[in-house]
Design a protein around this ligand. Structure first.
Ligand code: 3PG
Ligand code: MG
Length: 404
């Protein structure tokens, strides 16, 4: 694989696919978390420092799927213009904006860029051709640059025109990974291919169904799998426990049991949270109590892992040399149910301080380490959500494959 370091961009235009699919404030449309924009800066700066110019392209949201009430596309809400100010501020220079990504006007703008200038194109997903991976559309996008740089790890699981197909229109030496993409892939590979043992995966989140494929694949490489969050209760129910009104995917009970059987057969330890903080309703001001997770009172629901679970999970984490964490242990957005996730984040940080390699990925677990101020105490925080999950499911990412 070629990285951006193989090219001197002097006098060249780099067409960089970034993932600026960032959260925006619902009222002001200001960027509320610029992590993904910051993560793309080293790549942009390298091109500019070489004496090149930069054309940035990205999607934002799902404009053709999330329509307005009257059934029309909300172009304003999904405009990448909302990211322009943040980008210019972080780059500390003016950034030009093209109102479209494939019009004659946009091509004229990219063609007239001078060395050192940056142009951001409007949301790629205003075109249905983008998600379809349309070849004619990809060929048009390719006109914006001499070199194609893919730095959008967060979108690498999409075989879209700008993430994958566009690469067909550049010669082998002129399509490369940006710095972010290269480090995301290197860190994920370190866990999948070279994990120092013991390797512990911590999985959380609401649904078992989202995590079945990753658990199946991790059974081939992990020593321990710690399961927290809402998905744990489907396992307890499958084992014959009482889970009160905790989350449960009835149609996954058999599969949950099958995963436990597979783990036993492969000698992988799956740890479920022994006890839970239970609540009488799904609300920040609910009454709470601690109960064993397999004996929850009727009408109560598990919303976080409790002390015994934290102790058991932390011990495994502290004895691990490689740690992958995807998904929170409870409803950490509510203060009453964040202790478990905080404690696990602290255990991951402590293990890292002792020399373990820790990779945290997936929107919610990343939000958690950021919120608790522990992001710089883990080895690597991924910008990928779905992309990282698919990578750990053992799938080849089309955005990565296109550049190999
Ligand atoms: C993400 O945030 O998951 C990526 O930017 C990809 O977006 P998508 O899930 O809408 O394809
Ligand atoms: Mg996604």
């Amino acid at each position: 694989m070629l990285t951006i370091d193989s090219i001197n961009f002097n006098g060249k235009r780099a067409l960089i696919r970034v993932d600026f699919n960032v959260p925006l404030d619902k009222k002001t449309f200001a960027v509320t978390d610029a992590t993904r924009i910051k993560a793309a800066l080293p790549t942009i700066k390298k091109v500019l420092a070489d004496g090149g110019s930069v054309v940035l392209m990205s999607h934002l949201g799902r404009p053709l799927k999330k329509l307005k009430e009257d059934g029309t596309v909300d172009y304003y809400k999904h405009s990448l213009k909302h990211a322009l100010g943040t980008l210019a501020e972080l780059l500390n220079q003016e950034v030009k904006f093209a109102e479209d990504c494939a019009s004659e006007a946009a091509f004229a703008q990219s063609a007239s860029l001078q060395a050192g200038e940056v142009l951001l194109l409007e949301n790629l997903r205003f075109y249905k051709e983008e998600e379809k991976g349309d070849v004619a559309f990809a060929e048009k996008l390719a006109k914006h640059g001499d070199v194609y740089v893919n730095d959008a790890f967060g979108s690498a699981h999409r075989a879209h025109a700008s993430t994958t197909i566009v690469a067909n229109y550049f010669s082998r030496e002129n399509k490369v990974f940006g710095y972010l993409m290269a480090s995301e892939v290197a860190n994920a590979e370190r866990v999948v291919k070279n994990a120092e043992k013991p390797f512990t995966a911590i999985l959380g989140g609401a649904k078992v169904s989202d995590k079945i494929l990753i658990i199946e694949n991790l059974l081939n490489i992990a020593d321990n799998i710690l399961i927290g969050g809402g998905m744990a209760y489907t396992f307890f129910k499958a084992l014959g426990g009482n889970i009160g009104s905790s989350l449960c995917e009835e149609d996954r009970l058999e599969h949950a049991q099958k995963l436990l059987d597979m783990a036993a057969a492969k000698g992988v330890k799956i740890l479920l949270p022994i006890d839970s903080i239970v609540a009488d309703k799904f609300a920040a001001d609910a009454q709470t109590n601690t109960e064993n997770s397999n004996a929850i009172s009727n009408g109560w629901m598990g919303l976080d892992i409790s002390e015994k679970a934290v102790a058991a999970f932390s011990e495994v984490i502290l004895n691990s040399k490689t740690i992958l964490w995807n998904g929170p242990m409870g409803v950490f957005e509510m203060e009453a149910f964040q202790k478990g996730t905080v404690a696990i984040a602290q255990a991951v940080a402590a293990a890292t301080a002792k020399g373990a390699f820790s990779l945290v990925g997936g929107g919610d677990s990343v939000a958690a380490v950021n919120q608790f101020g522990l992001a710089d105490k883990v080895s690597y925080v991924s910008t990928g959500g779905g992309a990282l999950l698919e990578y750990f499911e053992g799938k080849e990412l089309p955005g990565v494959k296109a550049l190999l």
